[in-house]
Design a protein around this ligand. Structure first.
Ligand code: ADP
Ligand code: MG
Length: 236
């Protein structure tokens, strides 16, 4: 059985793309057949952080009905399979988010895990990934604005018949003004399943278009991503 996770947040810039890339890589390194898909079709950058930005056929072409999903899957040396989205505005305009569900039904045959990198916001292309996942994982930062947006996504997920599986608290630091993991869990009414620390290695690795779990496997953020992957793989 394939398990589909949507990595969502509401607010932009919380770390959805980094989490999708690194959790996906960590699952692949555990030997799990894993596909990650960039459903942020308007502001796509999953391909960019993994060095796949020159891919000719992307989810844009698939959602426009111009290509088959099998043509838009790219395999990295880690074994991770990636479905990037295109970066052109035209491509975004031609893509029909309603086709995503059909695309997913074809993808599930090839993977144990599928991670969907969701867009920020609550427009149609953002809502469909919430509805089609087995579990939505909310990436939040330890700030009230991030929590307020995540609450909206939780409510929206439940409205469309989806389920929130947990919170990933990203960019955590020891600063006193920051909300604690326990407080966040209480406010949201959802378990915090992993805490990813603020870690400059994440950005450094991204500059080399490489996941931090590959480039700096012993960095604090990498350890957290690998712990989360082991938790997910162990739960199966
Ligand atoms: P989103 O996809 O939610 O918009 P990104 O994954 O693109 O967010 O991350 C936004 C920015 O934050 C990027 O520059 C990324 O490198 C940085 N970032 C994400 N997580 C961390 C972290 N744990 N430590 C340091 N920087 C991070
Ligand atoms: Mg993103």
């Amino acid at each position: 059985m394939t398990k589909v996770f949507t990595i969502a947040s509401g607010k932009g810039g919380t770390g959805k793309t980094m989490t999708t890339a690194n959790l996906g890589t960590a699952l692949a390194l555990l030997g799990k057949r894993t596909i990650i898909l960039d459903a942020d079709i308007g502001m796509a950058n999953l391909g960019l952080v993994l060095g796949l930005e020159k891919s000719k056929i992307t989810l844009h072409e698939v959602l426009a009905g111009k290509a088959d999903i099998s043509q838009a899957i790219y395999e990295l040396p880690t074994g991770l399979k990636v479905v990037p989205s295109g970066i052109s505005l035209q491509g975004f305009q031609n893509a029909d988010p309603d086709r995503l569900q059909f695309v997913m039904s074809k993808l599930v045959t090839g993977a144990e895990y599928i991670l969907i990198d969701a867009p920020a916001g609550i427009s149609k292309d953002g809502v469909i990934p919430l509805a089609i996942a087995d579990e939505v994982l909310l990436v939040v930062n330890p700030e009230l604005s991030s929590l307020a947006d995540a609450v909206k996504i939780k409510v929206l997920t439940e409205m469309v018949g989806g389920a929130v599986g947990g919170i990933i608290l990203n960019r955590a630091s020891a600063e006193k003004t920051m909300l604690t993991s326990q407080k966040i869990g209480q406010i949201m009414g959802v378990e915090v399943i992993e805490v990813i620390p603020e870690d400059a290695s994440v950005r450094r690795a991204a500059a080399f278009k490489t996941p931090v779990v590959v480039m700096y496997p012993d960095s604090p953020a990498s350890k957290a991503f690998k712990r989360l992957a082991a938790r997910i793989a162990g739960a199966k």
